[in-house]
Design a protein around this ligand. Structure first.
Ligand code: CDP
Ligand code: CDP
Length: 213
């Protein structure tokens, strides 16, 4: 099937992948897919089903609907943990491959996740790996979720946020199938000292250069 250019945006939690991917897609005029949402939706359905072993995560992954992906409760801490757990199951990942590949039409697309440049589109025209230190990423997620640095419990919440992010990064990096790691041919952007505009400028310059070759 004919597909346009793919821009893969991978990296650890709260590095700014989604923010960048959305803005890249807008600047280039192509569709955007947040692949983390697929794993979150499966995690949500697993939690809803309780401990019923008759409903394996793979079954949910196979019959995900647009309504499952549109749910508003996909970013709670329990769903985030469940997403990472189901994401380690090879059958779940396998079931979500076709959805991700068929998303890309003739105009191309931007996809963000963990394995876009390594597994889903190893031949992607543009591969970006977005990183930042664990402390920076924890602060970004804390502020994104409405955290207040002046609140009495700010230090504690920040510490818990960083622990949760680090635990998830470790699990995502160490799983046997499609672990989080940069593709050999990815441009890595270390964003500790860059704001979202600066990251976009670097990524867009690189993407335009690669895409006009
Ligand atoms: O998708 P991912 O989990 O990698 O991160 P995100 O949700 O796109 O970004 C987390 C937060 O970091 C958002 O509130 C962004 O506005 C902020 N941020 C960023 O995306 N890029 C920077 N260079 C600095 C902050
Ligand atoms: O926004 P954040 O980086 O915190 O998480 P996300 O991108 O929504 O991904 C949630 C979880 O889904 C990750 O911790 C991974 O375990 C899993 N995931 C994955 O395995 N492969 C992808 N392509 C995207 C997400």
């Amino acid at each position: 099937s004919v597909r346009g250019p793919v821009i893969a945006v991978d990296g650890p939690a709260a590095a700014g992948k989604g923010t960048l991917a959305k803005r890249l897609a807008k600047a280039l005029g192509v569709p955007y897919l947040d692949t983390g949402l697929l794993y979150r939706a499966v995690g949500r359905l697993v939690l809803d089903a309780g401990d019923n072993p008759a409903d394996p995560a793979e079954a949910f992954a196979t019959r995900l609907t647009p309504a499952d992906l549109a749910r508003k409760d996909l970013r709670t801490p329990d769903v985030t943990r469940a997403a990472s757990e189901v994401a380690a199951q090879p059958a779940v990942r396998e079931a979500l491959i076709a959805t991700q590949r068929s998303f890309v039409g003739p105009e191309g697309a931007v996809l963000d996740g963990r394995d876009i440049g390594t597994v889903i589109f190893p031949d992607a025209e543009v591969k970006l790996f977005i990183t930042a230190s664990a402390a920076t990423r924890a602060l970004r997620r804390f502020l994104q979720q409405g955290g207040d640095m002046q609140a009495p419990d700010a230090a504690l919440v920040l510490k818990e946020t960083q622990e949760a992010l680090s635990a998830r990064d470790l699990a995502d990096s160490q799983r046997a199938v499609a672990p989080l790691k940069p593709a050999g041919d990815a441009l890595q952007i270390e964003t500790d000292h860059l704001d979202a505009d600066q990251v976009l400028a670097q990524a867009l310059a690189y993407a335009r250069e690669r895409l006009t070759r």
